[in-house]
Design a protein. Structure first.
Lengths: 115, 113
């Protein structure tokens, strides 16, 4: 099955700096890569996703890049703000067809933005 | 728009007591439904998923069971809770036609004492 590794496990950044989280996956057939943000005591929320036919996607201060050859993808947060403090999860999915897929999650990265 | 409701938000139960957590989804039909567990400071472990009424797949052997009595209702149960059942339980749904995108509920913090 798919194995997703996520690094680092914790990340502390100064407000205004950038944060980068990296994930690798094992199954070259994976073709969908979402990122989730989980605030304390809440459920994870999808913040951005990318499909395998795209190398980069950006939404305001967050961006995701995908390198299919190396089987890794990364989340970039620019101009970090205190509200970016949370746990971030990457995931990879193999989409074999309608209703035939499964998300495998990384172990999570705890991001702390220092004021 | 679609919404997912999960309750209760917190629950404290003694060892050996039963458990019932409920999740409902609104605004969509025939969703895929999921139960995840998250130990303190840990990642997301898939417990059960369902692609339709009465159809339950278990990902890991455990003291828990799941049921889907209605299209948009998913229930997590146990007959006798163990200390190791403590954790943060998350219900999630996805569109059955599938692009892999999951939408999570707000979670239930279960403490077994």
């Amino acid at each position: 099955g798919e194995n997703v590794e996520q690094h680092p496990s914790t990340l502390s950044v100064q407000e205004g700096d950038s944060a980068v989280i990296k994930c690798t996956y094992s199954d070259s057939a994976s073709n969908y890569f979402p990122w989730y943000k989980q605030e304390l005591g809440k459920g994870p929320q999808l913040i951005i996703d990318i499909r395998s036919n795209v190398g980069e996607k950006k939404d305001q201060r967050i961006a995701v890049t995908l390198n299919k050859t190396a089987k890794h993808f990364s989340l970039h947060i620019t101009e970090t703000q205190p509200e970016d403090s949370a746990v971030y999860f990457c995931a990879a999915s193999i989409l074999r067809g309608a209703n035939d897929y499964k998300l495998s999650f990384g172990a999570g990265t705890t991001v702390t933005v220092r004021a | 728009s679609q919404t997912i409701h999960q309750w209760p938000a917190t629950l404290v139960q003694p060892v050996g007591s039963p458990l019932s957590l409920e999740c409902t989804v609104e605004g969509t039909s025939n969703p895929n439904l999921y139960w995840y567990r998250q130990a303190a400071g840990r990642g997301l472990q898939l417990l059960f998923y369902s692609v339709g009424i009465g159809q339950i797949s278990s990902e890991v052997p455990q003291n828990l069971s799941a049921s889907r009595p209605q299209d948009r209702q998913f229930i997590l149960s146990s007959k006798k809770l163990l200390l190791s059942d403590s954790g943060f339980y998350l219900c999630a749904w996805s569109v059955w036609t599938g692009d892999g995108k999951l939408f999570f509920g707000s979670g239930t913090q279960l403490s077994v004492l």
